[in-house]
Design a binder for this molecule. Structure first.
Ligand code: BJW
Length: 228
């Protein structure tokens, strides 16, 4: 089948070689934190200072790292691909856009964005913000939260993603364990629509069975080899 429309899903593994920790596994980001302490709206309501502290540390780390060869290869593909292309990332880092990807959705939110629960406005996260900061728009105190999709919340742009999946001829999943829905189910939607499906990961993902092809290895090697 001739490929015109591509959907690419990325996860934490694509940023691992830049030096950002993945979520699961022995050196995972949640080591030392119980996920339910930091990654749910209930946790934020219970202890906003702890949750802010966790994301402050992630933002500080993000400022120290750079996009790697996988991010750059995907940005080249985006610039050169004449058909439809949508890069859907589960990552909350900004390494895809720093590499130059433009057709990009952050389905789980962004570390560099804040969200005011009082006025619903989203705004760039300023370095000095903390649990008691006021919203830059409505000035309500203590109502800003990281603009991150936590467990039990609806991921962003689901309608746009679903439409792209319904039109794609190729679905590629890179650096994700396939442990978190709805992203873990995209491969099945794409297959149902008749797309070819390819995964690139350090190990077979939980949904490996659904892919036509699995390439096992580092994204920094596999992705440029696939793109170029
Ligand atoms: C490399 C590599 C290298 C390493 N090269 N590879 C029961 C059944 C089904 C669903 C549910 C259920 N109970 C609850 C749910 C729903 C829940 C869910 O999925 N839970 C599961 C735990 C079962 N999902 C939700 O709540 C979502 N919302 C929702 O469902 O809303 C309702 C809805 C209904 C209908 C339609 C749509 C929606 C929200 C999920 C929000 C996820 N948020 C997080 C945290 C963000 C905050 C933060 O960043 O701190 O997002 S969870 C965390 O996991 C993060 C990630 O984006 C996400 C995925 O992780 P990822 O990227 O796959 O990372 P890892 O670490 O798991 O894997 C990395 C992989 O890379 C590994 O395989 C490595 O081997 C590999 N790797 N180095 C290539 N160099």
């Amino acid at each position: 089948m001739e490929v015109r429309n591509i959907v690419i899903l990325t996860g934490a593994g694509v940023s691992a070689e830049s030096g950002l920790a993945t979520f699961r596994g022995p050196d995972g980001l949640w080591e030392g934190h119980r996920v339910e302490d930091v990654c749910t709206p209930e946790a934020f309501a219970r202890d906003p200072a702890l949750v802010h502290q966790f994301y402050d540390a992630r933002r500080a780390r993000l400022a120290e790292v750079e996009p790697n060869s996988a991010h750059h290869a995907l940005a080249r593909l985006d610039a050169e691909w004449p058909g439809e292309l949508l890069l859907v990332t589960q990552n909350v880092d900004d390494l895809h856009e720093r590499a130059g990807s433009a057709r990009l959705i952050h389905m789980h939110g962004e570390l560099t964005s804040g969200w005011c629960l009082a006025c619903n406005n989203r705004f760039p996260w300023a370095g000095e913000m903390n649990a008691s900061s006021s919203c830059p728009t409505c000035t309500a105190p203590g109502m800003v939260r990281p603009d991150i999709v936590w467990f039990g919340e609806m991921p962003y742009a689901m309608e746009r993603i679903e439409e792209a999946l319904q039109r794609c001829d190729l679905f590629v999943s890179i650096g994700t364990s396939g442990a978190v829905y709805p992203a873990a189910g995209f491969v099945q939607t794409a297959r149902y629509r008749g797309a070819r499906t390819l995964e690139m990961n350090l190990e077979p993902s939980q949904g490996s069975y659904f892919f036509h092809e699995s390439r096992i290895g580092r994204a920094g090697i596999l992705v440029p080899a696939w793109v170029d």
